[in-house]
Design a protein around this ligand. Structure first.
Ligand code: Q46
Ligand code: ZN
Ligand code: ZN
Length: 307
C-alpha cells in the first residue's frame, strides 16, 4: 500500500477517495478537504471573529488544530455539562490543548453558572438527556458568541454526524428540518451568530487518525448518557452500507445538499424571533425553551431537596 502522492509506505487508506496516504500527505489531504469546504460554502469572511465549540473529543480538537494550521484565528469554548468524570476529563483535554498552543478557551459551566447539570435536567424534566443537553449547548454557545462579539460559531460535526442526522430526518420525513440542514446556518438579526460546519467532508475515523498522527490527546470515552441515542444507531447502520459501498455516506449527504435540498426550500418555516422575556435571547415563544427548562429543573431540584 503506497501513498498516492509520494509513493512512500502508506499509513491510512481512504476508500471513498480510492486513495492511500502516508502520514504527512494524509494530514495535507485533511487540510485541503476542510479548506475546500470553507471556500465552497463561503463560511467565513476576512476579519470575522470565530469561536469553536470544543468538547475535548477528537472532532473538535482536530478541527481546532486544522483551522489553526490553515492560518485562521479561532477561539474555543468548552461547555461543562456536569456529566460526572466525562465532563471533568474532557475539560482537562480541552485545556491542555489550548494551553500548549497558546489558544484562548472560554469555559461555561452549566452547574456553576446556571445551577443544574444535564443529568439533573434529564431526571426532573420530560426531556431525554441528549435533548436537555442539546438545548443547553445551543443556548450557551449562542450566549458565548453574543457576549464575546463573535460573528461565527464553528461546530465540529463530521461527515458521519451529518449523514446520520440527514438519515434521521429522511426516516421521519421532517421537511422543515431537511430545509434547514445545511453546512452554514446564516446569522439571525435577533442575535444568533452564523453557524458553520467545516468538518463535513471528513469522516469520523479520519478525525481519529488525524488526531493520532498530530499527537492530539483527546477524550476517548463515550458520553455515559449516550446509550440509546438514535443518531449513534444510525451511524452504525450507515457504516454497514459504507463498508459495502465506499463513498455512499458522502454521496448521500452531498447529493442531498447539491440536488435534494432545493426541493425542500418551500418548507423552510420563516418564524419570527422575539427576545425571551426572561433572558433576552432570540426565541419563538415568550419564554425561551432553555429558560423554561431552567425554571422547571431548579424548582424540581429544590422540592426534592426539601423532602
Ligand atoms: S454529550 Fe450531551 Fe452528547 Fe452526552 S448527553 Fe447526549 S448530547 S451524548 S454529543
Ligand atoms: Zn506521501
Ligand atoms: Zn430565555
Amino acid at each position: 500500500m503506497k501513498c498516492r502522492v509520494c509513493r512512500q509506505r502508506a499509513a491510512i487508506q481512504v476508500r471513498r477517495h480510492n486513495a492511500n496516504f502516508c502520514p504527512s500527505h494524509f494530514i495535507e489531504h485533511i487540510h485541503r478537504q476542510v479548506e475546500k469546504t470553507i471556500h465552497h460554502y463561503r463560511m467565513f469572511q476576512p476579519g470575522e471573529r470565530l469561536v469553536l465549540g470544543v468538547s475535548g473529543g477528537k472532532d473538535s480538537l482536530a478541527l481546532w488544530d486544522i483551522l489553526t494550521e490553515l492560518g485562521y484565528d479561532v477561539d474555543g469554548v468548552y461547555l461543562h455539562l456536569g456529566i460526572g468524570d466525562y465532563s471533568s476529563d474532557s475539560l482537562v483535554f480541552s485545556r491542555q490543548f489550548a494551553e500548549a498552543r497558546g489558544l484562548q478557551l472560554h469555559i461555561k459551566d452549566l452547574p456553576a453558572d446556571v445551577g443544574f447539570s444535564v443529568p439533573e435536567a434529564a431526571a426532573t424534566s420530560a426531556r431525554t438527556p441528549c435533548s436537555a443537553c442539546g438545548l443547553s449547548k445551543r443556548y450557551l454557545l449562542n450566549q458565548v458568541a453574543e457576549e464575546g462579539g463573535y460573528d461565527v460559531l464553528v461546530m465540529g460535526h463530521n461527515l458521519d454526524d451529518e449523514a446520520a442526522t440527514l438519515f434521521a430526518n429522511v426516516l421521519q420525513w421532517h421537511p422543515g428540518y431537511l430545509a434547514r440542514q445545511s453546512p452554514v446556518l446564516p446569522a439571525d438579526e435577533g442575535g444568533l451568530a452564523r453557524k458553520v460546519k467545516p468538518l463535513i467532508r471528513v469522516a469520523e475515523r479520519e478525525t481519529a487518525a488525524y488526531s493520532i498522527l498530530r499527537g492530539i490527546e483527546y477524550e476517548v470515552e463515550e458520553c455515559p448518557m449516550a446509550a440509546g441515542n438514535t443518531i449513534n444507531r444510525y451511524k452504525e447502520w450507515l457504516n454497514i452500507l459504507e463498508e459495502q459501498s465506499p463513498g455512499m455516506k458522502a454521496n448521500f449527504l452531498f447529493g442531498f445538499l447539491d440536488r435534494g435540498q432545493p426541493a425542500f426550500a418551500e418548507f423552510e418555516e420563516n418564524v419570527e424571533l422575539v427576545a425571551c422575556s426572561v433572558c433576552g435571547q432570540p426565541t419563538t415563544a415568550e419564554v425561551c425553551a432553555f429558560c423554561r427548562l431552567r425554571q422547571q429543573t431548579l424548582v424540581n431540584i429544590e422540592s426534592r431537596a426539601a423532602v
